[in-house]
Design a protein around this ligand. Sequence first.
Ligand code: NAP
Length: 303
Amino acid sequence: MAAKILDGKQVSAGIRAACKQRVADLAARGVVPGLAVVLVGADPASAVYVRNKMRACADVGIRSFRFDFTDDVAADRVIDTIEELNRRPDVHGILVQLPLPPQLAVTRVLRTISADKDVDGFHLYNVGGLVLGDTVFPPCTPYGVMKLLEHEGISVEGKNVVVVGASNIVGKPMALMLMQRDATVCICHAKTRDLAQFTILAEILVVAAGIPNLILPQMVRTGAVVIDVGINRLPDGRLVGDVDFAGVREKASYLTPVPGGVGPMTVTMLLVNTISSAERSAPAHAVVAPARGAAAIAAAGIG
Ligand code: NAP
């Protein structure tokens, strides 16, 4: 039987509708959520990601501010900009689009972002929070995967879960979030010997390696839930994941498509994190417009 396709676009639409309501509630408290996006260089894929994120912001009522730098920008200029954004009260989230050119040390740049505005969840403080199960901003891609599973009613508790890929932005936080929900997690990476002997045991398989067709049907347990995080552009222009979609579809119980699976969820969780940040910084009660003239005098009980 063919796997059920987990439609990230559809699940995202529901979450984005809730985002619009939260933005409206914030407006009543006098706050418009704001996201600053920093883009360095002219990588076409990064430009597309940034454009999509800003479009998604506009769609739910988040204000976004874009800061573009050329490839050869001095590190201090980027750092100064981030420090300025840390101070701006109309900016609740700061996102630096990765990858960065070599003169910019990723760790230095990411640590400059205030932990309170780190909506990507990459700051040391937020990563530490994730390890302790007490994160402020869950990193968007694994957060999106968890929401997708939750929406479908797929429990991870006690399940054998294999995560293929151990990067700081996807694989590692994914494994931590799954552990937090009591899954038994195995993490594979480029030096894992005989990947298939691990993947075949997975009741839930999350793949984030960036290699087309890395996961073939014979590597997947019958009935497994397969989440394909990979995004790869083939020479013919097609966008594919890391999983042999057509083959694995016949073996799995659930499967995410690429595009239209984890990708839209990632952008949506960025919106959620930005709104959460604005909510934390907003006054607790609705802002009432100040009374003027006679009304103000009457309200103050004067005269
Ligand atoms: P990354 O930083 O390049 O990390 C790739 C990871 O995969 C590394 O841990 C690497 O192992 C591992 N790996 C490489 N070859 C492998 C193999 N043959 N077997 C097992 N593991 C292998 O990439 P990333 O940023 O995590 O992204 C991974 C993929 O997800 C990319 O296609 C990216 O475009 C996509 N992505 C999608 C979204 C989304 O929203 N859908 C978001 C982020 C990323 P080592 O650690 O040993 O090198």
